[in-house]
Design a protein around this ligand. Sequence first.
Ligand code: HAM
Length: 424
Amino acid sequence: MSNKINRLRGMYDVLPSETWIWQRIEEVIQEVFDSYNFQEIRFPLLEETRLFYTAIGEATDVVEREMFSFNSRSGTSLTLRPEGTAGCVRAVIQNGLCNRGLAQKLWYQGPMFRYERPQKGRNRQFTQVGAEIFNIDNAQADAELILMSARLWKKIGLPNIRLEINSLGTTSARIVYRKVLIDYFKKHLTVLDEDAKRRLETNPLRILDSKNPGMQEVIKNAPLLTDFLDDESIRHFSQLKEILDECGINYSVNPKLVRGLDYYSKTVFEWITTDLGAQGTICGGGRYDSLVELQGGKPTPAVGFAMGIDRIVELIKDLKLWSQPNSVDAVLIADKTVNPRFINGLSEKIRNCLPKLNLVVNLNPSSFKAQFKKADKLSAKFAIIVGENEINANIITLKSLTDKEFGQKELHFDGFLKIMSQYK
Ligand code: HAM
């Protein structure tokens, strides 16, 4: 039997050939979020299971069958976070970040865990970046989140994405609608699949999300939540649409968009791409005005979104949106006879003077020819050549690997620094 241990299903290693994409996305996100004055918050990957029961809702797919849960040594049920909002709200309450009605604009990033059936764009460990605004109840906050994400797509260069929005109304409006929906689906019980029948009592709104072809006709004719919205929700939703229109953001209103988590009220939205197949939602969010109170805090309106970074990376790769930057500035090529002590001494001296230079030192010296070949493969801009001649004359030979005109120059260390500092 082999001793080899493989990674778990639905979990992925990000290899060096791809990490640069992740790093660049993170940079772009940080830049955009900074420009809207969001501040980063970090909270644990592991929380008490009851946090997610309370926040996400017991009758949701996530809580019912997708959580990685286990008991601690003391017997408390713990869960690897399946999303960030519940933990973020817990941290906000516990640290008093929203006390005295203080507004907060927070963002977070990191791995989330859901026990789903893996497929393209759907992993069991995946990375989300989320943003949440607390203590602002107006549509401007909802709009700012949508505008910020639109700016991000533009910066990343994502084509073919569309925005769907909807309003779920206030909790009281939804209770009325829920009853109407149950009555309607009860009249069509024979068409409902087992999942829908189960949801009829626990979470009837989620039946609207079903992809079962046999149920589409019934779903299409179901009463619309939009017809049951209260005045305040209608006003809020109109204001959001006005701002999006003013800022030139295209959207479509999808009255069947309900989202898979229970905490939403009023605005919900999703950004969807046609380039990823079935798992095309790259970002989803909405308002959750009752959640802070539900989790034990003071009544605090809130709105947020989270995007799936794995899906965005897939898109960047599939559509070849970015090309890998050439990061190696110089390769130190030393003759085999040169004492390793001298090579490390010289490279450290260079690093002390040019801390930003990306310098590759060949730790396993081979022939000059092989070393030049490697430098070419790395697309290095310069070769720093050191052989017996250079050591005897106390010089360095600097050769450009990209600029024929520059050619090759023999330089004292100061002269070498002067030239290289123009590049770094
Ligand atoms: P969500 O729609 O469950 O919302 O997830 C947000 C995004 O995470 C999805 O649109 C998708 O891009 C990504 N995602 C979800 N599951 C997976 C998976 N298994 N594999 C890869 N990517 C995935 C939330 O989580 C809410 N907390 C968003 C929010 C924040 N609402 C208000 N504030």
